[in-house]
Design a protein around this ligand. Structure first.
Ligand code: ATP
Ligand code: MG
Length: 397
């Protein structure tokens, strides 16, 4: 049996990137290395690229499940398989396959199998179907309880024949796919405590974008617990996106001005425009090229087509809305899958619910909104909020 636990990591879409392929692969290997650093126990874990795959080798002191769990969370990973290796020689591969299947019989009571072989090394003199047949025959001799079932085998045993070393595995654990973090700039996400914005941030990060966040509160109208909830959501996100900065901004001074000077039904849209302006300034200061929100067409009054246009007009930086056309049920499914849902539904107030108008305008007109904003010191209020922002570092749990 192998001295180490070996894992084959497949790179998914990264493999399609043509000229940039080596760059994406290098970034992915680096992200996997960084992720595994977190669980290192003093004994080394090796991460190496080879022929379009990434190989992870860890001492036996590591639980294979832990390595699989950590690596499958890295964006850019299509799938990962715990594997064993053998010298590229049919007898050696056969011995390893027998040992592999004996373990599966012991641990899982496997009764049927089928071998699938792939010959990455085209110089190897035996063709793939023949390799599968030979290894299958050796397994049948070495494991008397097993039968071949070509249609519904308990175990599909893969044999990947490469130049010097070949690999044997059965399970493929899916990753999320996407692209390695840091291959697609940086975005500033407006992170509320709701269901949507954590999913929006996750989706952009999955496309390789580094994330930074801004959260708005209306303390003391919103509680400290509400902020803790957002920090908790941010920590869950950091489990995928790595450590990131979150800026915390008190919107109350701005909300009070709006309530005093502007029509009540415009409160929501006016507050949203301030949020965007503040986020834009923070993005500029911190090297983020775009904003990200969890907005979704038609979900609430502030997310009608007309309201989104008026919101957008408050900034010149591009605004990404990855959830714009998704159904709420699909967003909720995603939130459950990535682990943010249970925290998101905890019932704490958001700054948007403070001073909520009874009948918000659903089809705001930009000219009218600009007129209302003339009664406010927009630039000064924005700058003051940016100046007073508190910045914290978010680490994964
Ligand atoms: P979410 O579930 O993300 O809170 P929502 O459906 O409740 O979204 P709104 O409250 O209208 O919708 O917010 C729309 C978007 O505005 C959010 O997805 C988020 O990006 C941003 N946003 C709202 N409230 C805040 C906040 N307190 N801090 C930072 N961003 C916010
Ligand atoms: Mg919300």
């Amino acid at each position: 049996m192998n001295e180490q636990n070996i894992f084959i990591v497949r790179c998914g879409e990264v493999a399609l990137k043509g000229m940039n392929k080596p760059y994406f692969e290098r970034m992915l290997a680096e992200r996997i290395r960084g992720r595994l650093k977190k669980i290192e126990n003093g004994e080394p874990i090796e991460v190496k690229r080879c022929e379009g795959l990434i190989f992870v080798r860890a001492e036996k002191s590591y639980e294979p499940e832990v390595i699989v769990r950590e690596v499958s969370k890295v964006f850019g990973v299509a799938s990962i398989s715990p594997a064993v290796e053998a010298e590229t020689d049919l007898d050696r591969i056969g011995e390893a396959a027998v040992e592999y299947m004996q373990r599966l019989i012991r641990e899982k009571g496997v009764k049927t199998f089928k071998v699938e072989a792939k010959r990455a090394d085209k110089n190897f003199p035996v063709k793939s179907p023949e390799i599968a047949r030979i290894i299958g025959a050796k397994v049948l001799i070495g494991c008397k309880v097993l039968k071949v079932d070509v249609h519904h085998p308990d175990v599909l045993l893969f044999v990947d024949v490469r130049k010097d070393i070949s690999y044997i595995y059965d399970a493929k654990v899916s990753g999320f796919g996407g692209l390695p973090l840091g291959t697609n700039g940086k975005g500033m996400v407006l992170l509320s405590g709701g269901i949507d914005s954590p999913v929006a941030a996750w989706m952009m990060a999955k496309r390789g974008m580094l994330i930074e966040a801004v959260h708005f509160h209306s303390y003391p109208y919103t509680s400290e617990r509400a902020q803790e909830k957002v920090e908790e959501l941010a920590r869950i996100l950091a489990g995928y996106c790595g450590r990131f900065k979150m800026h915390i901004v008190n919107l109350l001074p701005i909300q009070e001005q709006i309530v005093q000077h502007c029509p009540e039904e415009e409160t929501t849209i006016l507050v949203r425009r301030f949020m965007m302006r503040i986020a834009e300034k923070l993005a500029e200061k911190n090297g983020a090229g775009m904003l990200i929100t969890g907005e979704n067409l038609g979900q609430v009054a502030s997310q009608t087509a007309e309201a989104l246009v008026v919101t957008d007009a408050s900034v010149s930086i591009p605004v990404m809305r990855p959830l714009i056309a998704l159904d709420k049920t699909d967003i909720m499914e995603k939130a459950k899958e990535i682990g943010t849902f249970d925290t998101s539904i905890m019932p704490y107030e958001d700054c948007c619910t403070v001073f909520l108008p009874k009948h918000p305008v659903t089809k705001p007109k930009l000219a009218k909104i600009l007129e209302s904003e003339e009664k406010l010191a927009v630039a000064d209020l924005t700058d003051a909020a940016v100046c007073a922002a508190e910045t914290i570092q978010i680490f994964s749990e």
